[in-house]
Design a protein around this ligand. Structure first.
Ligand SMILES: Cc1ncc(COP(=O)(O)O)c(C=O)c1O
Length: 353
């Protein structure tokens, strides 16, 4: 943990953060095998086959041809997009690296970048490391919509890009087609890049679909670092991308059931909770709990919940550039087994007044 103040308050957030969030510390406690969720058996088997295979030299830096082809085919099948695997696809080591690499590639010192707030906490520091200045536009509860006029007013001659994440961490918001059109229109009018993190594209609930903004007119896709993602694991990702639609339908249904299970408990326990439409997080307001239990803020309440209830959450202020906006909020996360969620839910019910 750094003790020297950094050049920007958002970087202080990173350097001052505990190396692991309270949630991570608790979820890393050893749990019996029955309580852990396993990745799909098919994917684990594909990874074993690839590691046993002949893929131990570096692959092409920007991704194995087979994986880039599988990614292009996926975008064609799911979204009707024509993606050239040779020109439009680069494989990175995960979404966080992809976002940072993209920001470093396209931003110059003095640029401004619009980011919707609250946001997955790496985007702000990513802009600053790139020398750009983040400009925040709020997503307001309960539906976390943005004010189109406010977004338009945030654009200046220095704006280079709009960064967003849909389905969204931490709110569970899924940007509507109309909202994507508003963002796309501004990008086309002012020649801005839309940089999106769509890691939760298949986790959308209530019959909603996911629309990549790249499918809107004028918004052609460019996916943009490392000597190369691990070669055998890239090979193992090829069959993953070819999984049938039924795999994704089952994935969505399972996550929606988990959402409903935890959301029911969170509401019954008395949290002011915003129902997520995608991703696997539930953002809540806890102003009344802070008063009732005499706890100062979100971070103190997250620790209080661990010590007194046995449930770990993430303090809301980690998702805001203006930490005061998150001081009465905490975020739950539900990619867990049903019995873990029920156990957590029953514990939370003790908070009922
Ligand atoms: C929006 C979002 N992007 C990226 C990540 C991390 O993805 P990766 O492990 O692929 O870097 C997370 C994890 O919480 C996330 O919520």
């Amino acid at each position: 943990m750094s003790t020297t103040p950094s050049a920007h308050p958002l970087l202080d957030v990173l350097s001052a953060r505990p190396t692991r969030s309270p949630e991570a510390r608790v979820s890393k406690r050893p749990a019996g095998p029955r309580r852990r969720r396993r990745a799909s058996g098919e994917l684990i088997a594909a990874a074993h086959r690839a590691i046993d295979g002949d893929f131990h030299q570096y692959s092409i830096t920007w991704g194995t041809p087979r994986l880039r082809r599988a990614i292009a085919d996926k975008y064609s099948k799911w979204y009707g997009m024509q993606v050239d695997p040779e020109r439009n696809v680069t494989v990175c080591c995960g979404s966080t690296e992809t976002m940072l690499s993209t920001l470093l590639a396209v931003l110059n010192p003095g640029d401004e970048v619009i980011i919707f707030e609250p946001f997955y906490e790496n985007y702000g520091p990513g802009c600053i490391i790139s020398g750009a200045e983040p400009v925040f536009v709020p997503l307001e509860p309960p539906d976390f919509v943005f004010d189109p006029d406010r977004l338009a007013r945030a654009v200046s001659p220095r704006t280079r890009a709009i960064v967003f994440n849909s389905p969204n961490n931490p709110t569970g918001k899924v940007f509507s087609r109309a909202e994507l059109e508003t963002i796309a229109a501004l990008c086309v009018e002012h020649d801005l890049l839309a940089i999106t993190d769509e890691i939760y594209e298949h986790i959308v609930y209530d019959g909603l679909g996911h629309t990549p903004i790249a499918t809107l007119p004028g918004m052609a896709a460019h996916d943009f670092v490392t000597v190369g993602a691990p070669h055998p694991l890239q090979e193992a990702a090829v069959p993953a991308l070819g999984l049938p639609d039924s795999y994704y339908a089952r994935l969505r249904a399972q996550y929606q059931a988990r959402r409903d299970l935890l959301y029911g408990y969170v509401e019954a326990a008395g949290f002011v909770a915003w129902k997520p439409r995608g991703a696997y997080y539930i953002l809540t307001d806890v102003t009344h709990f802070l008063k009732r239990y005499g706890v100062e803020n979100d971070t103190a309440f997250a620790m209080w919940l661990i010590e007194n209830v046995g449930v770990a959450t993430v303090p809301g202020s980690s998702f805001y550039a203006h930490p005061e906006l998150g001081r009465t909020k905490i975020r739950f996360c539900f990619p867990k087994t049903d019995d873990v969620l029920r156990d957590a839910g029953e514990r939370l019910l003790k908070l009922r007044s």
